[in-house]
Design a protein around this ligand. Structure first.
Ligand code: UD1
Length: 418
């Protein structure tokens, strides 16, 4: 049996919360620590389940890792092991990001492929094509990505799609390659910019961070650094949407509002008043939200990780909303759970069409991934009665102190163990 939440509907969320570093950044920064022998320190790390899992992956490669509060210290040996085996990586997908650093340091890598994911297929063809362009062989053998190179040389890489993971792996392989690599159609997410920042602090030469073209001039070696992880825009955006859904008033600190430009614009479109600060924002919603259309796209588009929240908002908005998913095809599975809560929603291919109702009605529901799980909790907040959200270990993987933060805003939530 896994844990579940019981969420009581009806509260208007009011107050202030702070976000920690981004899950989708810290895991890659931990992998990047493999690029330099010695002690790398990451501060502002979120206390989420994926951080100790990534620590285990790095330990399996010979690093020592200490997690103390929001500080992660990684001591990388002169010669890390190159084999991340199935036991280490099976629990979560982000472990694939050790591929690039291992190629850079060891010129070879064997990284077991994690199992399927509930949000859609996640192939590695672009990661492999990039490594091949840099001079490596890369195949899938016996459930592992196996890559090796005599030497890595700079190359021109053009991605078919601005994949976050492929951009990161190719970038981390290229920083220690001979010569200049350009990555075109590169991902532009703030977490990529954060990785470029840390790599530059370590001595890498990278131009174009945050633009569609990254130019990397290989260097002979990198040195460890101390780095502050960029704030989690997905957690921050979740609280912004929660304010709009519950007709509340939430201030979020620890985030650059530029990282949520489109999300905050959409909330304004739904009728919210949004104030932006240097290190956060405030969302105030005084009346029932109005329907807005949303289409997920790579940054600076609407993040796919906030798509469940956009649908949650649509379920109680006045009017008809169309939400289009362009990144992960299976992300609509959770819409069926929302229908159990009384949502008037249907999906057709990449589109979900939602006619808002005044209020949802409580029911037991099941989370299929991190973001869908939180989307269901938000839906529970606007349902009559108590909603049971099952399989909440997904939420533990990405939302630090979730229950405490929700309670501090006036939400009623209880965790039932087992
Ligand atoms: C990362 C994030 C995830 C987020 C996603 C998109 C982490 C740990 N996860 O995932 O939360 O939702 O970015 O912002 O950072 N693709 C291929 N071939 C490849 C690589 C990707 O076809 O070689 C496809 C995927 O199937 C998907 C799309 O490209 O349809 C985007 O994937 P990608 O940007 O790579 O996402 P992740 O890095 O896996």
């Amino acid at each position: 049996m896994s844990d579940r939440y019981v969420v009581s509907g009806g509260a208007r969320l009011v107050g202030e919360v702070a976000v920690w570093g981004a899950k989708n950044s810290v895991l890659k920064l931990m992998a990047a620590a493999l690029l330099a022998e010695g002690r790398t320190v990451l501060t502002n790390a979120p206390r989420i389940a994926d951080v100790p899992l990534m620590a285990d992956v790095l330990r399996g490669l010979g690093a020592s890792v200490e997690i103390s509060g929001d500080t992660v210290t990684i001591d990388t040996p002169a010669e890390p092991d190159y084999h991340a085996d199935f036991d280490a990586v099976k629990q979560f997908r982000a472990s694939v990001c050790v591929l690039g650093p291992l190629m850079a340091r060891r010129r070879r890598a064997v990284v077991a492929l994690p199992g399927g994911d509930a949000i859609g297929s996640r192939p590695l063809d672009m990661h492999q094509a990039g490594l091949r362009a840099l001079g490596a062989h890369s195949e899938i053998e016996h459930g592992c990505v196996v890559a090796a190179a005599e030497s890595l040389h700079g190359a021109e890489v053009i991605l078919d799609f601005p994949s976050v993971g492929a951009t990161e792996n190719i970038l981390m392989a290229a920083v220690l390659a001979d010569g200049v690599t350009t990555i075109e159609n590169a991902a532009r997410e703030p977490e990529i910019v954060d990785l470029c920042l840390m790599l530059t602090e370590m001595g890498a030469r990278i131009d174009g961070a945050g633009s569609p073209t990254l130019t990397v001039t290989g260097v002979d070696g990198l040195h460890p650094t101390t780095h502050h992880v960029v704030g989690d825009r997905i957690v921050a955006g979740t609280w912004g949407v929660a304010a709009a859904m519950t007709q509340g008033d939430i201030t979020v600190k620890g985030i650059d509002p530029e990282h949520l430009r489109l999300v905050l614009k959409k909330l304004e479109g739904a009728g919210a008043r949004v104030e932006r600060f240097d290190d956060g924002f405030r969302v105030v919603q005084d009346s029932r939200p109005t329907a807005v259309n949303t289409a997920t796209l790579p940054f600076p588009g609407y993040p796919t990780d906030l798509q469940p929240m956009a649908i949650g908002l649509a379920t109680v908005s006045d009017g008809l909303s169309v939400v289009t998913e362009n990144v992960f095809e299976a992300r609509f599975r959770f819409v069926e759970e929302l229908v159990r809560l009384g949502a008037d929603a249907r999906t057709d291919g990449h589109h979900a069409v939602i006619r808002g109702v005044e209020r949802l009605s409580s029911a037991p529901v099941w989370s299929s991934d991190i973001r869908a799980g939180v989307g269901l909790v938000l839906a529970g907040l606007v349902a009559d009665g108590d909603t049971e959200v099952h399989d909440i270990e997904h939420i533990d993987r990405g939302y630090p102190n979730f229950e405490e933060q929700l309670r501090s805003l006036g939400g009623t939530i209880a965790r039932i163990t087992g």
